[in-house]
Ligand binder design. Sequence first.
Ligand code: NDP
Length: 444
Amino acid sequence: MAESVAAFMEMIKAKNPAEPEFHQAVLEVTESLWPVLDKRPEYRPERVIMFRVPWVDDKGEIQVNRGFRIEMNSAIGPYKGGLRLHPSVNLGILKFLAFEQVFKNSLTTLPMGGGKGGSDFDPKGKSDNEVMSFCQSFMLELFRHIGPNTDVPAGDIGVGGREIGYLFGMYKKIRNEFTGILTGKGRNWGGSLIRPEATGYGAVYFAAEMLNTRGETLKGKICLVSGGGNVAQYTTEKILDLGGKVVTLSDSGGYIYDEQGIDREKLAFVMELKNVRRGRIKEYAEKYPKAVFTPIDRSLDHNPLWNHKADCAFPSATQNEINVIDAQNLINNGVYVVSEGANMPTVPEGVEIFIDKGILYGPGKAANAGGVSVSGLEMSQNSLRYSWSREEVDQKLQGIMKAIHKAAYETAEEFGTPGNYVNGANIAGFLKVADTMLDLGSVG
Ligand code: NDP
């Protein structure tokens, strides 16, 4: 065992070169856990699967992408975690996501191990037929590695109901069985109510719990939301339900700022734009001219989305979307609640600023665990061959988010860092998995 965090990180970097996101995720957890980790077995993925995904485009030409599944840890349940389709996908990014997923799933109170997968395939600009061809080919390899008691993937960036449908259909065909091997399925074929909403709703419930520790609510709060996909949309919906006001949304082309607030009618427009027409967020400003669209400017050293007066921020696009200047801008603009819908959206120096300033900062592995929690509930319903009502699932989701908040809050206090949800979530998530690994013996 290494003698210091620095020595440990050197070892991790030497064994996993050129995977900066994975190093970042390990460092964050290691800093929280060092006193504990020193005495425990270290983490390694149990299995990494990499494969070729050939598919046929609309011109009849064969394209080839790379597919991955990282099965990180199955101590407390089947591997569980999303599939990401995005050109930025590589081994290091998926290992960071799988690593985070282990702790997140442990926090949910449900029996799920951690995994993650995906491909560098870019669904943007592809026809339905091309996406289907890709998904079917992807499943042609993945099917042999997953199963309802082995590994149960779900959606992530670029994987929504359409892709889960194509993947599920292919699995059913190959295996000749109808079984819960994916979550985020459609309502008619084993999906859970509230699964599409769960990550966004959960991130808002987590923010409400953090505010509650100060006797406050979301009512009247001005909120910055980034992203324009699944998490951003349902974060916006739940903020509206709880009386807050959302003034921004984005995609990889830029962001919109709507000072008047994104109301339910405007949100419906965004949902249709993004989920049906698969258009760009700049069209929002064409439809609602009082809103301002700002295109991405890569020469800037900060993201102007995070530079507006507000109370709360819900980063819901991607990793490292809040850099150190953005973090400082958020504080300068009055933001004192950050609830991360995305995975690891804040760089480590940004996290330090939030913690130093003592704001209510909910790290992704706690704040966005609502999605995988309802995935866990979908697995339970599939096993029961039964489905719960919307109210039942929503109530269970709220109960789980409260439990995650309580565990992170109380563990932070117990280990001498009150209010530090990063330490609380890392330590609480880790201990359950590590203790189980010891219980299961040297092969467990
Ligand atoms: P979607 O694909 O539905 O939406 C992602 C949004 O973020 C899109 O607006 C996309 O814009 C934008 N985006 C993605 N990558 C980049 C990038 N590199 N730069 C700028 N913008 C980007 O994904 P989700 O909403 O499902 O996921 C968003 C985040 O939430 C991810 O970090 C994911 O890991 C996390 N998460 C998701 C869960 C879920 O249940 N879906 C569960 C837990 C966490 P564009 O379309 O232009 O690329």
